[in-house]
Design a protein around this ligand. Structure first.
Ligand SMILES: [Zn+2]
Length: 224
């Protein structure tokens, strides 16, 4: 039979392809781990220098683990730099036949970020609404998009704009609106020293620019 010789060849070929793919994945993962470790060492060394510069003894008991601890924390707070929109959304887009001009709202998404002017935390909630054209995105993806941008050095205004632009790029919706509320520790701890000041920023695209009724509906839903 003419097909017989191919029989034993197929698993071999598949085996080779698989081994190559695994090997390649291992190499990429190892490179990523090495880069992570390098960044952590760099942050830890810099934190140690800060401790010395402010007059501390970085080797005393309470501080001995601080540079590494801060470096690990930064790894988490800045994990957004390693992410991109495609990876985060991961194809979770669904075609829908949704009523025209009806919006989808995901509200009260908590985020934590660091302001790029003082590297101090600002925290709050983001509210996202969009009017689909012909597709929607998996519900869990919107908080992940918020996190991807929040977990970088930010200002609240840009965070707001970036979330709106990302949703526009992913969904091509009829409109999108993002409202972000934030309390900034740099305002509470230094400068004006006012605690509890709530900053509100918003970004409107498409029908949300022209349709005041849609905007009002969103404000009602988020209790503003
Ligand atoms: Zn600040």
């Amino acid at each position: 039979m003419s097909t017989t010789p191919l029989g034993p060849m197929l698993p071999l070929t598949n085996g080779r392809v698989k081994a190559y793919a695994n090997g390649h994945g291992d190499v990429a993962a190892a490179a990523a781990r090495a880069a992570d470790a390098g960044r952590r060492r760099g942050v830890a060394a810099a934190v140690r220098e800060i401790l010395v510069a402010v007059g501390e003894n970085p080797d005393r008991d309470g501080l001995a683990g601080t540079p590494d601890r801060v470096a690990r924390m930064y790894g988490e707070m800045f994990e957004g730099y390693a992410l991109d929109l495609d990876t985060v959304v991961n194809g979770a887009l669904f075609d829908v036949d949704y009523d025209a001009d009806e919006m989808v709202t995901v509200s009260g998404i908590p985020y934590t970020s660091l302001c790029e002017h003082h590297m101090l935390p600002f925290v709050g909630t983001a509210h996202v609404a969009y009017v689909p054209r012909d597709r929607v995105v998996g519900l869990s993806k919107i908080p992940r998009i918020v996190d991807m941008f929040a977990r970088r050095l930010q200002i609240q205004e840009r965070l707001t704009t970036e979330i709106a632009d990302a949703l526009e790029a992913v969904l091509d919706p009829l409109g999108v609106m993002v409202v972000v509320e934030g309390q900034h520790s740099c305002a509470a701890l230094r400068g004006v020293k006012k605690e509890g000041v709530n900053m509100v920023t918003s970004a409107k695209r498409g029908v949300f620019r022209s349709d005041r009724g849609l905007r009002d509906e969103l404000y009602r839903q988020i209790g503003r």
